[in-house]
Design a protein around this ligand. Sequence first.
Ligand SMILES: NC(=O)c1ccc[n+]([C@@H]2O[C@H](COP(=O)([O-])OP(=O)(O)OC[C@H]3O[C@@H](n4cnc5c(N)ncnc54)[C@H](OP(=O)(O)O)[C@@H]3O)[C@@H](O)[C@H]2O)c1
Length: 263
Amino acid sequence: MSDRPLAVVTGATGGIGRRICLSLAESGYDLVAQFHVDAEGAASLEAAVTSLGCRCRTVAADLSSGAGIDAVVQAVDDGIGRDETIRVRALVNNAAKLLGPSFDTATLDDFDAYFAINTRAAFFLAQRLVRVMPAGASIVNISSASAHFSSPGDIVYAMSKAAVESMTANMAEAVASRGVRVNAIVPGFTNNGHPAFDDERTRTYMSSFSVLGGVSDPAHVAAAVLFLVSDASARTTGSILDVSGGSTLGARGVRAHSVRDLL
Ligand SMILES: NC(=O)c1ccc[n+]([C@@H]2O[C@H](COP(=O)([O-])OP(=O)(O)OC[C@H]3O[C@@H](n4cnc5c(N)ncnc54)[C@H](OP(=O)(O)O)[C@@H]3O)[C@@H](O)[C@H]2O)c1
């Protein structure tokens, strides 16, 4: 029997995570899809992946805790235990606590929560899962354009994503001898289904970040993931792939403390 590629995707019920999962399934990947609380979204994703002819195991896990990380690893191990033809070809660290808090209001608990979910979980999932990844497999970390410009209202989120990019470079060298590649993707504002994307004033503000104008679609992020997990990117590791519409180039017509201030 031929090997079945498996992708582990965190934050699979979010706007971007769901699209990443569906694009991977369309390319023949079975999935371990982590979510936090959105059981309805997880069930809907599982049905959609199954209808594409792939297997999908959804895992409810709070990635702010070690137990949450254990739950994802256990789901992968269970799958391999049941079917030894499974090969973990991809880990997409996509789950995050988004935007905020500000320099003035951030608490110790906020700081720890953002770094635990956005940075620490990505690190330890990679450390734990790389052991079952064959040569040729890929780790993709989802960063954010906010790591590349100042937005003091979102300072802790931005810092957690800057750490993700540093982690990407360091981890790429750490696992290179295994033949595993590690890259990051930088989305800008991306319509994840949040009502903010339907509000004209907020959308104008978000569009002002991109030199191309407008906001991105989850499909733009998913296409970059597909590239980075494919052999087409076999010589790409430790890189940061920007899909932010040039939001990191510094164009910004309107300034606000945080997009949250406009909501
Ligand atoms: N959308 C944007 O404009 C944008 C811009 C730049 C970067 N990004 C990055 O793109 C990625 C996906 O963002 P998105 O827009 O799709 O976000 P989203 O729609 O808010 O989805 C967030 C996902 O993370 C999960 N999650 C939240 N807290 C968690 C926790 N404590 N433990 C485990 N999982 C948790 C959520 O699970 P539940 O659904 O179960 O709550 C959900 O699946 C993130 O890394 C984000 O930083 C997004």
